[in-house]
Write a protein that binds this ligand. Sequence first.
Ligand SMILES: Nc1nc2c(ncn2[C@@H]2O[C@H](COP(=O)(O)OP(=O)(O)O)[C@@H](O)[C@H]2O)c(=O)[nH]1
Ligand SMILES: [Mg+2]
Length: 240
Amino acid sequence: MLRAQTLLAPHISIVIPVYNEEEIIVSAARDLVAGLDQRKLDYEVIFAENGSRDRTPQLLEELTKGNPRLKWFHNETPNYGSAMKRGILEAKGEIVICEEIDLCDHAFYDAALPRLEHVDMVVGSKAARGASDQRPAVRRLATWGLNATLRVALGFKGTDTHGLKAFRRQKLLPVLAKCGADMDVFASEFVIRAWQSVSVEEIPIQLHEKRQPSIHLFKRVPNVLKQVGRLVYVIRVKGE
Ligand SMILES: Nc1nc2c(ncn2[C@@H]2O[C@H](COP(=O)(O)OP(=O)(O)O)[C@@H](O)[C@H]2O)c(=O)[nH]1
Ligand SMILES: [Mg+2]
């Protein structure tokens, strides 16, 4: 009975956006679950999948079948931001962790969870002092360029908006409700708005991706620029 109640409302919800990840989804999910069980955490994992054209949906169906801690959903159109938004809204945990399937970084959980006793959101930064970022130079440069743009255009005070974050769900739901950006820029809007209205702390991470990203960097640029432009208008001009 106690176990059933725990499963209805786990302490931690881990939301992982997933898109065309047939190569790594099974092994990454198994490693993640093993690390969570080893730490005796009370958790659910929500795989937020949309738009995959490979075997990812079938693999997720098999992975989650028979383990009530593991859930997944599917939408037709690929969209990182709407997958994250829906995943966070479906999360039941007091604490939500936004993961990435190519990271699944247990060290982040160990460092971030105790800090949530004192702050509302912990952001794992690959650009903070003490972090290491093993990605190719062109992608590190893109991160630097995006952060510089966010600092100048929107007064962003941190060093990273993408990737890992852990937060108190109730505190961040009003922030989520304000976020209108989708695709890649959702993560930036969520973190920028969090810095404006709740307590946020960054911790450095050691970034080791399990594979190169499936979407080419340059294909992402036009939409990122468009969405950042929209954010500047909404936050700076309309003051929303
Ligand atoms: N649901 C969903 N997940 C996505 C999409 N694009 C990327 N992801 C997931 O977002 C995470 C990070 O993506 P990745 O390709 O590594 O890009 P990076 O953030 O630049 O490293 C991974 O878990 C991907 O599977 C998408 O369109 N929809
Ligand atoms: Mg990645």
